[in-house]
Design a protein around this ligand. Structure first.
Ligand SMILES: *Cc1c(COP(=O)(O)O)cnc(C)c1O
Length: 430
């Protein structure tokens, strides 16, 4: 595989950007080698600067549920941008996207559009604090909620701890407002509520944790969180930035039939353009400025071009059997991989839900918390990733990241992928 052009572009990029990138995981540090500079994408395929072609399972980390350069999305963007790209004033497109979402999701009544998942979560936390008049928040080790200060916090050593910052530049005083506990541990949550009685504004969780492996939670556990939050007048936030519109139109709330107090979205909602959103009951949302006293604003919020892309993409997602078909293809891919790989190995797993899948080198049947992931097993993923690239298969460059099947993947793509997996796995597991 030729890499000269990507290598030259990366050398140049290193002069301009820290580590040569504008978001850290893109630097390929956890798999080694040079990041590929992508030139174009169409459907399920991408091409890099050297002209190598790949079947893509990263999908820009989730947003591209229809695949790359979907004709309907591209047309909507073109048509809209012809009439101006931003006004800083309301447009009908915001109403249209809101209507599309709210008519098909009974778990939220009012929403606010923002420009990223990070911004959605940051605003949701502020709303929870403003609404409850409390400061502390509780999060889980193994869930990612973007890069705002109070969430760049990882667990310490005890059952219930104030976190340690996971980034320089986050003040100690911020960290002291964030309680971090392990996933799938009811005792830890109970203890936190006992220790910080009437102080916890919200519990925030990825109901389908998919940023640190795929750590599927038990419904009973999510229901337990709902109940303990209700008892303590604490808001429950579902961060559905990654799984929202991915496993169905009403997301994890609908999947588990649990009503959270605030839900955050991003990724798929913008059709590949920068959009985030948070939503809640009309009563909770009435606390947002200019109706209420929780300030939150954005120069490009509700951007018309981004709204148009979102409308075009979500309209496709609403078609009958859209999600069933994605899930069927994902199961087919997994089945094909195991069929092609004839060696019996107990420590290779693919966990999945809907069209999200995660490759793990473990002998555990289920993995529900971050501490159950063996960091040492990533050595297998590094080899697998490299060998798959050589065979024209592109996975996100980290073993902690999930993959996505999109509408554009064909059965031929899946068969080719499974064959490449069989060869690559044999090398990786040697
Ligand atoms: C991607 C993600 C975010 C952050 O979104 P950005 O658009 O990258 O800021 C937050 N929460 C979850 C669950 C995510 O998957």
């Amino acid at each position: 595989m030729k890499r000269e052009k990507s290598e030259a572009l990366f050398e140049k990029a290193k002069k301009y950007f820290p580590g040569g990138v504008n978001s850290p995981v893109r630097a390929f540090r956890s798999v080694g080698g040079t990041p590929l500079f992508i030139q174009k994408g169409k459907g399920s395929h991408i091409w890099d600067a050297d002209g190598n072609e790949f079947i893509d399972y990263c999908g820009s980390w989730g947003p591209l549920i229809l695949g790359h350069a979907n004709v309907k999305v591209v047309d909507a963007i073109k048509k809209t941008v012809e009439n101006g790209s931003s006004f800083g004033a309301p447009t009908a497109l915001e109403n249209d996207l809101a209507e599309l979402i709210l008519n098909n999701n009974k778990y939220i009544q009012k929403i606010r559009f923002v420009s990223s998942g990070t911004e959605a979560v940051m605003s949701a936390i502020r709303l929870a604090r403003g609404y409850t008049k409390r400061n502390k928040i509780l999060k889980f080790e193994g869930c990612y909620h973007g890069h705002s200060d109070s969430l760049l916090v990882k667990a310490g050593s005890g059952l219930v701890t104030f976190g340690n910052t996971s980034s320089a530049g986050v003040p100690e005083s911020f960290v002291n407002e964030t309680i971090v506990v392990a996933l799938n541990n009811e005792e830890a949550v109970k203890q936190a509520f006992a220790e910080f009685k009437d102080q916890i504004a919200c519990v925030i969780i990825e109901p389908i944790p998919a940023n640190n492996g795929l750590l599927l939670q038990r419904k009973e556990y999510l229901q337990f969180l709902r109940d303990i939050c209700t008892e303590n007048h604490t808001l429950l936030i579902f961060d559905e930035v990654i799984n929202g519109f991915r496993i169905g139109f009403d997301g994890a709330a609908g999947y588990y039939k649990i009503q959270p107090d605030i839900i955050t979205y991003g990724k798929i909602i913008g059709g590949g353009l920068p959009v985030g959103m948070y939503g809640a009951s009309a009563e909770i949302m009435s606390n947002i400025s200019p109706e209420g006293d929780v300030y939150q604003a954005g120069t490009l919020s509700g951007n018309p071009v981004a709204m148009a892309a979102g409308i075009a993409q979500l309209t496709e997602c609403l078609k009958p059997k859209f999600y069933e078909e994605l899930e069927r293809k994902t199961q087919l891919l997994i089945d094909l991989i195991f069929k092609n790989f004839k060696f019996q190995i107990s420590n290779f797993k693919i966990y999945s839900i809907g069209s999200i899948f995660w490759i793990a080198f473990t002998d555990k049947e289920v993995v529900r918390s971050a501490e159950e992931i063996d960091a040492d097993s990533m050595k297998y993923f590094r080899v697998l990733h490299k060998e798959l690239l050589e065979r024209g298969i592109y996975l996100g460059p980290s073993g902690y990241e999930v993959g996505f099947v999109c509408e554009a993947h064909t059965e031929e793509d899946l068969m080719k992928t499974a064959k490449a997996f069989a060869e690559a796995l044999e090398i990786a597991m040697k």
